[in-house]
Design a protein around this ligand. Structure first.
Ligand code: ARG
Length: 464
């Protein structure tokens, strides 16, 4: 029986069932690049500090390059019996370079090694997701720019509320996704600390230099306390929370796109690239993409709750439970990245039906609040009294089978003698939209300002 490289005290071959339960190679092989990069930095530091010889270092360094090449070319398949990616790479390295390979694990444990690899993975993908978010925000900004003067009914309770402009609606989503971007960046910066050199839990008696490896690997600094570091998975939880929140936003937008592409709304047409047919109903074009995005949100919530639950009972420091941290994170990252890419394409290519949106503004008495504001501003009535008067004007319009914006000056006067002929202009949807010129409102001017500010922010974020 060949001796397992990391089982000094275990005399019998492991049970097949133990291997199936215990081995993480089937999923943690995703981390091979991070593992090799960490090992190269560690070996270089060991040499610098006089802990291993220059010769051994050179063998290790070249050997690790070879392992990387073999993995990428498929010559070294990560489908073997090794317990995890760390053991697989160390075993192959030792096969290639001999005894030097056995010195690599000096002053290191798999506990800091996995904490390092996983943290590098999480930090990198946080950056990728943040960049994809900037691309998506840019799509909202471009779409807003192209449809600045399109009106649509703003809703509350999914009921017609007040007329707004389409750019304003797009900027609401841009604002939502900007918060997501900021969360990924904040989490990245908070967790940008190196676990390497923490060893098993308590540090090491070897004269290592954690600053050096931290710098080499692109971290701000080493972490403060090793006991915390080897069992900390907050960086992964933050990513999972950030993805879950972002997917909740994507799901809300998807819901709106699904509604908007029904024949009842017909506000947008998704490109044929993003629609699928039905196997039985020849006329159908289904919005599968937004439906899938809405559906995939669920698994990202699940991944967050799973890891929170894994972590809740763990005493310090490393516990094997923590091995359960990876699959959910890989899944959330994959889901987030594909969702952002496809969503951007969909926003860029959807067609806006201006006529349908603007026609919808003439249903549902969207400008009723404007009449109340008129009675407050021009007639001096208290808002609550004006509110009730307008309620009866709406009833009157309904009796005539009209929208409030379609009432003539005489009809308005008949509904309430305090309403003068100038009220007609106020009840127009575009006038109503433009009248809401308070800061952050939908009027053309505040919308233009929001667009400018969002564009400036985007430019700065791109440069950071
Ligand atoms: N595969 C393990 C994980 O993902 C690596 C760390 C194992 N450490 C240990 N002491 N067993 O967590």
């Amino acid at each position: 029986m060949s001796k397992k490289i990391a089982s000094a005290r275990i005399q019998t071959e492991s049970s097949e069932l133990l291997k199936e339960l215990n081995n993480s190679l089937p999923f943690d092989r995703v981390l091979y690049r991070e593992d090799i990069e960490g090992s190269k930095a560690h070996a270089s530091m060991l040499m610098h500090q006089g802990i291993i010889s220059k010769e051994d270092y050179e063998k290790i360094d070249r050997g690790l390059d070879q392992v990387l090449e073999e993995i990428e070319s498929g010559d070294f398949s990560l489908e073997g019996d090794d317990e995890d990616i760390h053991m697989a790479i160390e075993r192959r390295l030792t096969e290639i370079v001999g005894d030097a390979g056995k010195r690599l694990h000096t002053a290191r444990s798999r506990n800091d090694q996995v904490a390092l690899d996983f943290r590098l993975y999480v930090l990198r993908h946080s950056r990728t997701i943040a960049d994809l978010l900037l691309d998506l925000i840019e799509s909202f900004v471009d779409t807003a720019e192209r449809h600045k003067d399109v009106l649509l009914p703003g809703m509350t309770h999914l009921q017609h509320a007040q007329p707004i402009n389409f750019a304003y609606h797009m900027l609401a989503y841009a604002s939502m996704f900007r918060r997501d971007y900021e969360r990924f960046v904040d989490s990245h910066d908070r967790n940008n600390l190196s676990p390497l050199g923490c060893a098993a839990l308590a540090g090491t008696p070897h004269p290592i230099d954690r600053e050096m490896t931290a710098k080499m690997l692109g971290f701000k600094a080493p972490t403060l306390n090793c006991l915390d570091t080897v069992s900390d998975r907050d960086f992964a939880l933050e990513l999972l929370f950030n993805v879950a929140t972002m997917m909740m936003h994507i799901s809300r937008l998807s819901e709106e796109l699904i509604l908007w592409s029904t024949s009842e709304f017909s506000f947008v047409k998704l490109s044929d690239k993003h629609a699928t047919g039905s196997s039985i109903m020849p006329q159908k074009k289904n919005p599968d993409i937004p439906e899938l995005l809405r559906g995939k949100t669920g698994r990202t919530y699940g991944n967050l709750i799973s890891l929170l639950t894994v972590m809740k009972g763990l005493p310090l420091a490393y516990n094997k439970d923590t091995q359960e941290d990876k699959e959910g994170v890989f899944d959330s990252v994959r889901t987030a990245e594909i969702s952002l890419r496809v969503l951007k394409e969909m926003i860029d290519e959807m067609r806006i039906d201006r006529e349908a949106m603007e026609a919808a503004c003439n249903r549902g008495h969207l400008t009723a609040t404007d009449l109340a504001d008129y009675l407050v501003k021009r007639v001096g009535l208290p808002f609550r009294d004006a509110y009730h008067i307008v309620g009866s004007v709406v009833n009157y319009a309904e009796e005539l089978g009209k929208d409030i914006s379609e009432l003539t000056a005489e009809e308005l006067q008949r509904a309430d003698s305090r309403i003068g002929p100038e009220a007609c202009a106020i009840l127009d949807s575009r006038a109503s939209m433009d009248a809401r010129n308070s800061e952050g409102g939908t009027g053309s001017e505040p919308t233009r300002m929001q667009l400018e500010r969002m564009k400036r922010w985007l430019q700065e974020a791109r440069q950071s």
